[in-house]
Design a protein around this ligand. Structure first.
Ligand SMILES: *Cc1c(COP(=O)(O)O)cnc(C)c1O
Length: 463
């Protein structure tokens, strides 16, 4: 591949267009472990390695684009959450962030539980051997068939999201001769400091039953009356990509307030509360996420303080991190196809994937970083926008980032922190094939989700 210099694109010294960037980093070759998986590093030859395998080898073996997942990092993060919360609390990994059978086995081995929110996620969890009692079933519109399968399998809890569902689950459980453990998901009126589309605890939204106006108390009343249900707790999930613990503080205060009202009205102390997930990760070096042990300490302190004040026994706490476990463990490896400098604006770098493997930039205005990984470079930084190959001008992977000015077709670049909500939200737009997920550990790589093929696509097309 020739590396002929392309016409001069904008440089940091030029007038820069508007965007979400600050000054370019001092050295583009340095990889910040805030955003890169733990075992990622740059070898003496300039090639980036992960889990002891270099990215050129990974590209040859598995092709590009590919999600490259650091298995040791995943296990370490899962373990850190498990250890931080200890024996007095449960950690449910939110499967929607990224789920595969290998991931289910890792979670099982590391002692975590699992949240699912569809029949497909439930099937994946069960087929990989997750014990049903360690699975929680979520969702605002579970079908009767999904509920029946979950009850039959013996899931540890179903999280009820509406008045209709309270009755539906009770009937199904009763018809199967079972008493299903359930929690009721409530909205506590907290708006987490995050993007509107992913904020989920303010009241004007589809999830949960509002605490306001006594609706949550009424839901509890009904659930306690139904023989098919064993109400074990209250659930609250206030949003995603949250850095500020104060939202959890208010949520815990209100959830405990409801537990107290339940005790006063029914003489029952519910044994569990779930405070959801939503803990933020670093997508760029500007983000400063909290460590699991800090989060565990903050949450358990808040809950026991609130319970002491209400003279309640402290319930068993559970949390549901998804992004915080898998997000930082993977990067997407792309090959550069074209490099197009636009005078006075920026340089468009086209890669062999795009919005089909990472919709978050288009959907949430998410910010990412990017690095040249198949070699190091001492060229000066150029302001770049990494775009995909789809027929859509909004097909942007990284809106604003600096890459070395000698970037050329054939170079491999990687976007870190793509472990969560990328493969799980991937689409076949333009009939582009979804990339594999490659787990790397101790010098070995293996596909845990294989690359989609044209045969896979055509198999569904039965017209
Ligand atoms: C999405 C979701 C989570 C996980 O959110 P993250 O931001 O990935 O931690 C946890 N619980 C519920 C109920 C969710 O909907």
């Amino acid at each position: 591949m020739s590396r002929s210099a392309h016409p001069a694109g904008p440089r940091h010294a030029d007038v820069l267009p508007e965007g979400h960037y600050t000054a370019p980093p001092a050295d583009l070759n340095v990889l910040d472990h805030k955003v890169w998986a733990q075992t990622v590093g740059r070898g003496a030859d300039g090639v980036v390695t992960v889990g002891g395998v270099d990215v050129k080898t990974l590209a040859e073996r598995h092709g590009t684009p590919a999600y490259i997942l650091d298995e040791a990092d995943f296990r370490a993060r899962a373990r850190a959450w498990r250890t931080a919360f200890g024996a007095e609390a449960d950690v449910f990994y939110a499967g929607k962030a990224f789920l595969s059978r290998a991931v289910v086995r890792w979670l099982h081995e590391e002692g975590l539980n699992l949240d699912v929110c569809s029949g497909g996620e439930l099937a994946t969890a069960l087929s990989a051997g997750m014990p049903a009692e360690r699975i929680a079933f979520h969702g605002n519109n579970k079908s009767s068939e999904e509920i029946r399968r979950a009850v039959e399998a013996g899931v540890g809890r179903i999280v009820l999201d509406s008045f209709q569902e309270i009755v539906r689950v009770a009937h199904i459980a009763q018809s199967l001769g079972k008493r299903q453990k359930v929690q009721i998901r409530i909205t506590v009126g907290v708006e987490a400091h995050t993007h509107e589309f992913i904020a989920t605890a303010h009241e004007d939204q589809k999830f949960g039953i509002p605490l306001a106006g006594g609706q949550a108390a009424e839901a509890v009343r009904r659930a306690l009356q139904l023989d098919g249900l064993e109400l074990i707790g209250i659930h609250s999930h206030i949003g995603s990509q949250i850095f500020d613990m104060s939202g959890f503080e208010v949520a815990a205060h209100r959830v405990v307030g409801l537990l107290k009202d339940i005790r006063d009205e029914h003489g029952v102390e519910l044994p569990e509360i779930d405070l959801g997930g939503g803990l933020g990760i670093a997508y760029t070096s500007d983000d400063d996420p909290r460590e699991p042990h800090e989060i565990a300490k903050a949450l358990t302190e808040i809950v026991s303080r609130e319970c002491d004040a209400a003279r309640l026994r402290t319930p068993r706490i559970s949390v549901e991190p998804g992004r915080a476990i898998v997000g930082p463990t993977a990067f997407t490896l792309y090959e550069v196809g074209t490099v197009k400098p636009l005078e006075g604006l920026r340089t468009y770098v086209s890669v062999d994937g795009g919005m089909s493997d990472n919709i978050r930039t288009a959907l949430y205005d998410a910010e990412y970083s990017v690095a040249l990984v198949s070699r190091s470079s001492s060229a000066e930084p150029m302001l770049a926008r990494v775009v995909g190959k789809h027929c859509e001008s909004g097909d942007i992977v990284v809106r604003d980032a600096f890459l070395p000015a000698d970037l050329a077709p054939g170079d491999l670049i990687a976007v870190p922190a793509t472990g969560a909500y990328c493969r799980s939200m991937a689409s076949n737009y333009n009939h582009v094939l979804r990339p594999p997920v490659v787990a790397v550990k101790d010098g070995e790589s293996r596909e845990i989700v294989r690359r989609e093929t044209e045969e896979d696509l055509l198999r569904l097309d039965v017209g």
